[in-house]
Design a binder for this molecule. Structure first.
Ligand code: TYM
Length: 355
């Protein structure tokens, strides 16, 4: 039985500083996946502009995210690294998906509610249809696996819903054109044009929390810089932020169950685990019973050891913007070859004449 070609797609918005959450929840895991799958890693600038971005800052952030991918260990020659706006097929497929997605589905998206805040009337229309563009990013390459942090789970479920509705609405045409891939869903086998993409959300750091408040996600948009470790922070800044990180007065427990109801403790243990490739239980086996005053300096040294080479390499790469642009241009060319073929067939399936 034919199968979808396995392929990984993921992206980061160039909308501010890349932080430890983006690194541990996403980019670091991509590095591990590139030995197993062909991968496409995108700097999603069209998503960033759903909220106003100062143009010069956007250019800088786009290069900075690309530099972070490469500095973290992504092989941009073997795989594909590019910025989204250079491949117009993303926007084109997003339109086709706007006609598949239902308003009711979009209305359930918690990220829209969070980002739009109380004044929804003032949010851009782009922010509302953001998930259609995200589905287009993934399905333009008919990607089968998408490694992300926990906060993207709902968007990936919507991507599957869009793919399933498309496969269902156009089932006859897909069969007629002989392009369907038999795909088993539950006990039914359907003829799918788009795969039902699998989210890859795993490891100890799928949701890294703010260093100032363990109940809030570490985020690019938090007004307090002390809440996050940026990939561009130097050793002194990293150590200071970890020293100042909020904790409770108790020491570290010896079992994972002892982290329940202690979000700040849980977060620091999770960060340590992710930085060393261990589990929370491994970390507690080593540090259980110790005070945070002992644990924090060890964690700070570890974070500096892991992040300094990355920020150093990022600085080197960013000193040659033309070099980064050349990498993005080359990646976009290769991405476009795949995306144009998918979009041409998608349009033909839908009855949009293009010959
Ligand atoms: P973005 O730019 O907000 O975040 C990029 C990646 O970092 C993860 N992440 C986190 N992981 C753990 N802890 C945190 N505190 C944390 N904050 C962010 C995110 O889950 C994400 O994996 N909509 C996406 C970008 C996107 C995309 C795509 C992703 C656009 N198209 C297609 C995958 C596939 C976003 O805003 O990510």
């Amino acid at each position: 039985m034919a199968e979808f070609t396995q392929r990984v797609f993921s992206g980061v918005q160039p909308s501010g500083n890349l932080h430890l959450g983006n690194y541990l929840g996403a980019v670091r895991r991509w590095v591990e996946l590139q030995d197993r799958y062909p991968c496409i890693f995108c700097v999603v600038d069209l998503h960033a502009i759903t909220v106003y971005q100062e143009p010069k800052a956007l250019e800088h952030a786009t290069r900075e995210v690309a530099a972070a991918y490469i500095a973290a260990g992504i092989d941009a020659q073997k795989h594909i690294v590019f910025n989204q706006s250079r491949v117009p097929e993303h926007a084109e497929l997003a339109w086709l998906f706007n006609c598949v997605v239902r308003l009711g589905w979009l209305n359930r998206m918690t990220q829209f509610k969070d980002k739009a805040g109380k004044d929804r009337e003032a949010a851009s229309a782009g922010l509302y249809v953001y998930p259609s563009l995200m589905a287009a990013d993934i399905l333009a390459y008919r990607a089968t696996h998408v490694p992300v942090g926990e906060d993207q789970k709902q968007h990936l479920e919507l991507t599957r819903d869009i793919a399933a509705k498309f496969n269902h609405d156009y089932a006859e045409r897909i069969a007629e054109r002989g392009v369907g891939v038999p795909t088993t869903i539950g006990d039914e086998t359907v003829n799918a044009w788009f795969p039902l993409t699998e989210p890859l959300i795993d490891g100890p750091a799928t949701r890294v929390m703010s260093l100032r408040d363990g109940t809030k996600k570490m985020s690019k948009s938090d007004p307090s810089d002390l809440s996050r470790i940026n990939l561009t922070d130097d050793a002194e800044q990293i150590s200071r932020k970890i020293r100042k990180a909020k904790t409770d007065p108790d020491g570290l427990p010896s079992e994972v169950a002892g982290l329940a109801g202690r979000p700040e403790a849980d977060n620091l243990v999770g960060i340590y685990a992710a930085l060393t490739g261990k589990t929370r239980q491994d970390v507690l086996a080593e540090f259980g019973g110790r005070q945070f005053s002992e644990f924090k300096p060890v964690l700070a040294d570890l974070a500096v050891e892991v992040l300094s080479p990355i920020s150093g390499r990022m600085r080197e790469l960013l000193s040659d913007p033309a070099g980064i642009d050349a990498t993005l241009r080359d990646g976009a060319g290769r991405a476009r070859e795949i995306a144009t073929a998918t979009i041409a067939e998608t349009k033909a399936i839908m009855g949009l004449i293009d010959n």
